[in-house]
Design a protein around this ligand. Structure first.
Ligand code: ATP
Ligand code: MG
Length: 539
């Protein structure tokens, strides 16, 4: 699936290449703001930007859009680098919007000298009311006609730190009556007396996104500036800036639709709240839609890349079903993840006619011999799944019940002879007979058990904690207003499971527990296993 698709962006690039429009070849950029961890929506943009440059032998900048110092941090920078690399992509260069602060500032001075920008001293409220609405034009700022000398003097003093936050801003002089609100004298610089994670206290004025982004794109020679649809209305501003400064390169901005995923939220502002209010264990909580969360849950990069290829790139806004992501996760693990046995809710089985300790053997994957096999200790006491036993089985029951037989996977056929109860009448253990001539692969017993169940040896299995995750939200499209109320209180179920010893010794972090799903060892907590995905669709 990966890279086979061709979408409207790839078609455009292809035709630009054929038309010899691109002097430097294909150059893209992925421009995250380091104000949170990356999520699966970002993965779509990463796969597009890096995928396109790989396909057309170009290069991709990883550019940190760090113009908003109060929300940004080095922790987020590091996590973003880790996640992009983990997804399997390498950047041609790593840059920051702040690398260009001096150049960007010089362009602001130039615009002022040319009468195309001015220092405005309205306060935030006055700015809001004078901007107008979608149906009414805005009104000109009383500061719009300051002379170039006065503006330049004010800007230089803003830079020198003579003014408090909010006292002045720099605005472009475009058109307060424009039907596009983005063109109504947008702000390009604001005062923020905040230490920046990279530039420290060198600056106390910071350029706005719309002014910064197009300049960085042009300076880096980006051939196609790919962004999400909400920037479509900003494109005239992107173009205005590049048309009005002395920079002889002008990348095209091309918009595509954002990825939305059901039963989760993707805005960093909302993800921040989940983390800050401790509604999840952190950015990498396995229930989070972050790359780090998915990784911790046991999702591999190939599954995310496959998912992004399948959803494609269009201009239609769409919310993708979680089932598609689960499908890709399963598909990736299907043929390569070893399959072992773990009993999630154990019920004791005692083989009344067996006294030995023996070693059986089973392949790690019935369809993939390359994965080899492992030893399975087998003795008088075993664990099976509580749900594989029923005292009063429904019709067509294929598992164990009083008097019935089942095969233990890669082992023997057993028959349940007797049920023991605890003081409260709960089933405590099953006393069973095993059939010595029924060993898997060498069965001469002629018995016809109803089904096959998984099991582990009681003596040599290892107790672990299994975390089984459900969707984080109860509704398909949690809204920004009510999403906290829509959190699924049952999204984490903790189980005390028993696991065959060979799983503990396995190097691979990812595996299947037969009949239960795909799991992984938690990367932080020894003895904790995370459920990655069930074997079949649907929770
Ligand atoms: P948020 O609103 O969650 O903070 P953002 O778009 O501001 O997200 P950035 O760090 O600015 O986050 O995004 C970096 C890049 O990733 C941008 O080019 C943005 O368009 C893209 N991106 C972010 N979210 C999505 C998404 N859900 N689908 C596709 N691309 C996305
Ligand atoms: Mg942003």
């Amino acid at each position: 699936m990966e890279n086979e698709t061709t979408d409207f962006i790839r078609q455009r690039i292809q035709s630009d290449l054929e038309g010899d429009v691109l002097s430097q070849g294909v150059v893209t950029r992925f421009p995250p703001e380091p104000n949170g961890f990356l999520h699966i929506g970002h993965a779509k943009s990463i796969c597009l930007n890096f995928g396109v440059s790989e396909q057309f032998a170009g290069t991709t900048f990883l550019r940190f859009d760090d113009t908003n110092p109060q929300k940004e941090s080095e922790e987020f920078v590091e996590s973003i680098k880790t996640d992009v690399a983990w997804l399997g992509f390498s950047w041609g260069a790593l840059t920051h919007a702040s690398d260009y602060f001096e150049q960007i500032y010089q362009y602001a001075e130039d615009l002022i000298r040319n009468g195309k920008a001015y220092v405005c001293s309205l306060d935030a409220e006055q700015m809001r009311t004078s901007r107008g609405t979608l149906t009414e034009p805005g009104t000109n700022s009383p500061y719009r006609d300051r002379s170039a000398e006065e503006n330049l003097d004010l800007l230089q003093r803003m830079r020198a730190g003579e003014f408090a936050d909010g006292e002045h801003i720099v605005r472009l002089k475009i058109d307060m009556a424009s039907p596009n609100i983005n063109l109504r004298d947008p702000a390009i610089y604001r005062i923020r007396h905040i230490t920046h994670q990279r530039t420290g206290d060198a600056w106390c004025i910071y350029p706005m996104y719309d002014f910064t982004h197009c300049i960085c794109d042009a300076l880096e020679g980006i051939s196609h500036s790919l962004c999400t649809l909400e920037f479509e209305d900003h494109r005239p501003l992107y173009d205005w800036v590049l048309d009005n400064i002395e920079l002889n390169y002008h990348p095209p901005q091309i918009e595509f639709s954002r990825l939305g995923l059901e039963y989760t939220v993707m805005s960093k502002r909302l993800l921040h709240r989940l983390v800050d209010e401790k509604l999840v264990s952190g950015w990498d909580d396995p229930r989070m839609p972050t790359i780090a969360g998915l990784r911790r849950r046991g999702v591999r990069a190939a599954a995310i890349r496959d998912f992004c290829a399948r959803i494609g790139v269009t201009k239609q806004d769409n919310t993708v079903e979680m089932n598609l992501l689960d499908f890709c996760i399963r598909k990736d693990l299907e043929s390569s993840a070893p399959r072992g046995m773990g009993v999630l809710e154990p019920l004791k089985v005692v083989l009344t006619n067996f006294q030995d300790d023996i070693q059986l053997e089973g392949p790690w994957h019935a369809q993939n011999a390359d994965l080899g096999s492992r030893k399975l200790p087998f003795s008088r006491e075993l664990w099976i799944e509580q749900s594989d036993f029923s005292e009063t089985p429904p019709g067509k029951w294929k598992r164990l019940s009083p008097g019935a037989m089942v095969r233990l996977r890669y082992a023997f056929i057993i028959r349940c002879d007797e049920v023991e109860y605890d003081g409260d009448g709960n089933v405590l253990q099953l006393n069973c007979t095993y059939f010595p001539d029924s060993k898997s692969g060498e069965d001469t017993s002629g018995l016809k058990p109803k089904g096959v169940v998984h099991w582990v040896d009681a003596k040599q299995s290892v107790a672990v904690e299994v975390r089984d995750y459900d969707r984080l939200f109860n509704v398909p499209n949690p809204s920004a207003k009510t999403f906290i109320d829509d959190i699924n209180e049952q999204s984490l179920r903790t189980l005390h499971a028993m696991v065959e010893p060979a799983i503990m010794a396995l190097d691979d972090q990812h595996f299947q527990f037969e009949r239960q799903g795909y799991f992984c060892k938690d990367s932080e907590l020894p003895g904790v296993f995370n459920k990655t995905v069930s074997l079949r669709e649907g929770f």
